[in-house]
Design a protein around this ligand. Structure first.
Ligand code: PLP
Length: 300
């Protein structure tokens, strides 16, 4: 049983009929040794997609949703269609290697591959998660930051890759540093035309008059953000608990006026928002802990 585990996915694409393309497969590798070529476009251009998957008690959460989103992100980037069965097997192999008594997080990365080549690269890396228990109850202070784009860029500027989980997270990390400079812990992006979008690494949920709301995505509200797997699971929980989960186009005032709000994501699960731009925001400890118990108890 190890602390970290790495599987290299050889032949990560579905179509290996191209001459020279490797057959689908994977093998364990030493996570402490260099494994990536310096000319891999993941490293030099951030040209690829990824998934972060949480694992508790040996169960990878929302695996099907993560695999589907990997394929969807790859399609948005015109990457070869990933072979989902080999990715699933690789993910389960990493889970098997990890200590089941520790909460862990996996990162599945699918890159365009070596510069000048035509073969994508893939790997799955797993490591224990930081201890999120304090932040899951105490919550975070957020600032609202302008993303600089309209809410519907997936239609007007598809080359911005809205809705894909790309490897290019430098902007998201810069926004988090800006939040820290402003004395906050996290960020909620607002579109240039004034709609609540998402966090730097999370979806936004908020409660108004007993209804659980989220900004939705291209398919529902026409907002160009990532479809969150955790938000999807929390909406299933909310349905069972009569909280009328609904997708909405919301403004900063809607969020500020909400009864409670959360950032939700695969690794941190639901983190309550305790302040917005320095103003205290109500925190609902009961619902927060109910959501987090549900998320931690998932077996698929
Ligand atoms: N939005 C962005 C920009 C993200 O980076 C993430 C997760 O990393 C999410 C939303 C939440 O997605 P998930 O719940 O699938 O982790």
């Amino acid at each position: 049983m190890s602390h970290t585990a790495l599987v290299i996915v050889t032949g990560p694409a579905a179509d290996n009929a191209t001459p020279g393309a490797p057959a689908p497969g994977f093998h364990l590798a030493d996570p402490d040794l260099p494994q990536l070529r310096v000319t891999d476009l993941a490293a030099s251009r951030g040209d690829g997609v990824f998934e972060s998957i949480s694992v508790i008690d040996g169960h990878p959460h929302a695996l099907e949703a993560h695999l589907n989103r990997l394929a969807q992100s790859a399609a948005i980037l015109d990457l070869p269609r990933p072979g989902l069965p080999v990715w699933e097997a690789a993910i389960l192999r990493v889970v098997e290697e990890l200590d089941p008594t520790r909460e862990a997080s996996l990162r599945a990365v699918y890159s365009r591959g070596i510069e000048g080549g035509s073969t994508p690269t893939g790997w799955v890396y797993g490591a224990p998660s930081p201890d999120y228990s304090a932040v899951r109850s105490a919550g975070v202070g957020v600032v609202l930051l302008d993303r600089g784009y309209r809410h519907d860029i997936q239609h007007t500027a598809p080359w911005l890759l809205a809705g894909a989980k790309t490897l290019s997270y430098a902007v998201n990390r810069a926004a988090l540093r800006e939040a820290n400079r402003r004395g906050a812990d996290d960020v909620i992006f607002v579109s240039a035309d004034g709609y609540i979008l998402e966090g730097a690494t999370s979806s936004v949920l908020f409660m108004v008059a007993g209804r659980l709301l989220t900004p939705g995505t291209a398919e529902t509200t026409g907002i160009g953000i990532l479809e969150g797997t955790t938000q999807g699971d929390v909406f299933r929980w909310a349905e069972e608990n009569n909280l009328s989960p609904t997708t909405v186009m919301a403004t900063p005032d809607d969020l500020r006026g909400s009864d409670a709000a959360w950032l939700v994501s695969s690794s941190r699960h639901a983190v309550p928002i305790r302040s917005i731009d320095g103003q205290p925001h109500p925190l609902d400890a009961g619902i927060t802990s109910a959501i987090n118990s549900y998320l931690a108890g998932r077996t698929s």
